[in-house]
Design a protein around this ligand. Structure first.
Ligand code: ZN
Length: 122
């Protein structure tokens, strides 16, 4: 298991990712890293207002919200905070469903706000 990630800024995400590195392309608004459990799967996270937020402090990345890789066999769930992997509990199916619903709600609210703004302007 990996417990730290280093931030590397790139233009394009490389084909082969190294473990322990969070590759970030600000130009294309995307980040990628290898699942820190060691399973070797690539985790690609789009960055944006309804996706993941990337904060960099002293060169150390923080990704928000957490990364829940329930589509992978390892089902790892962790946070990247100040360049460190904070492991979370494993999600069961119920929690996955609830997590997904919360995510849907967050996006719906966000887009509702947006469309609300557009309506007011016209
Ligand atoms: Zn994994």
């Amino acid at each position: 298991m990996i417990d730290k990630v280093k931030l590397i800024e790139v233009k394009y995400l490389p084909q082969e990712l190294d473990s322990g590195i969070l590759y970030v392309s600000k130009k294309y608004g995307i980040a990628g890293h290898l699942c820190p459990c060691g399973c070797g799967n690539k985790i690609i996270t789009p960055l944006g207002r309804t996706e993941w937020h990337l904060n960099v402090k002293n060169g150390k990345p923080t990704l928000y919200p957490s990364l829940g890789n329930w589509q992978l066999p390892c089902r790892s769930h962790y946070w990247i905070i100040d360049g460190e992997i904070e492991w979370s509990y494993e999600w069961d199916d119920d929690q996955i469903k609830r997590g997904k619903n919360a995510e849907d709600m967050r996006r719906k609210t966000y887009f509702k706000k947006l469309t609300g703004k557009f309506k007011r302007r016209t």
